[in-house]
Design a protein around this ligand. Structure first.
Ligand code: SF4
Ligand code: SF4
Length: 290
């Protein structure tokens, strides 16, 4: 039997206190509330790291880039400790046949248990020749990998809705993942998405053994149920009628509301961290992220 998540974190130098704080943070992000912290700690104490396959298709790789340079490095450290990233074309050291073997071994040894993160859309035009890896089309790789996965996460707007390459006239036939996979897909749109959402989704999968509740667009309700406008730090200025009138004017320097400049915050459902959200080692993340 392999190491539990706690044992893996301990080997990396995390203290028990760090671990418990991380469990509390993961519970909060996953929408399990304060009482969920003990539940998360119990599961992370016992469960092995889940195997993860991270696929890359039609995309710019900034979803990965933003993830590994997340707003707080502990999210990435901890997540990479919580997950066993068996295959990722961007982050893995292996290449060629060795990399392909990692993929097939992961599928074979973790049937029904591994998580698939897909970054990028899948081109269907011209028999899929616009995106091929190791002689296989993106679509055939996706179908093979998704078939025995415990969960499929469309990571970023390219995978969730096609993003820029699906724009008209969409010459490559770029298609979002949920239209191709014969099981529920957790859409995590954002260009790029927020790393914390991954932590919440993974925690939910591990602790409750099921995918989180999704909205009508396949997004986790916990993260996409609120408008950006409702927690925007410029909101007091909106309420007071203080607006930026032109880019880089005096009002912009004062941090006034951007509504007149075209801000879509009032109609955008997005993730915002709880007021009291804390990451391990006492660092408060809820800072000005503008
Ligand atoms: S969603 Fe945006 S950041 Fe992510 S791969 Fe696509 S274009 Fe890049
Ligand atoms: S309109 Fe935009 S900038 Fe203004 S408060 Fe709402 S989200 Fe913030």
């Amino acid at each position: 039997m392999g190491h539990s998540i706690w044992q893996s974190m301990e080997q990396k130098g995390y203290s028990r206190r760090d671990f418990l704080q991380f469990s509390a943070a993961a519970a909060t992000v996953a929408g399990l509330g304060k009482t969920g912290a003990a539940q998360v700690a119990k599961v992370f104490d016992q469960k092995e790291k889940p195997a993860v396959v991270w696929l890359h298709f039609q995309e710019c790789t900034c979803c990965s880039e933003s993830f590994i340079r997340a707003s707080h490095p502990i999210v990435v450290d901890a997540l990479l400790d919580v997950l066993s990233l068996n295959y990722s074309e961007t982050l893995m050291a292996a290449s060629g046949f060795q990399a392909e073997k990692c993929l097939t071994d992961t599928i074979e040894k973790n049937k029904g248990k591994y998580i698939v993160l897909v970054e990028g859309a899948v081109p269907l035009e011209a028999d899929g020749v616009y995106c091929m890896i190791g002689g296989k089309t993106a679509e055939s790789i996706l179908q093979t990998v998704a078939k025995d996965a415990a969960a499929v996460v469309a990571w970023g707007s390219c995978a969730s809705n096609g993003c820029v390459q699906a724009a008209k006239p969409n010459p490559t036939g770029a298609t979002p993942i949920y239209k191709l996979v014969d099981k529920p897909v957790i859409n995590v749109p954002g260009c790029p998405p927020i790393a914390d959402v991954m932590m919440g989704v993974v925690t939910h999968l591990l602790v409750l053994g099921q995918i989180p509740a999704l909205d009508s667009q396949g997004r986790p309700k916990e993260f996409y149920g609120r408008r950006v406008h409702d927690t925007c730090y410029r909101r007091p200025n909106y309420d007071a009628g203080l607006f930026v009138e032109s880019f880089d004017d005096e009002n912009a320097r004062k941090g006034y509301c951007l509504y007149k400049m075209g801000c879509r915050g009032p109609v955008t459902q997005g993730y915002s961290k709880p007021e009291t959200f804390k990451y391990p080692r006492g660092v408060v993340l809820n800072r000005d992220l503008s």
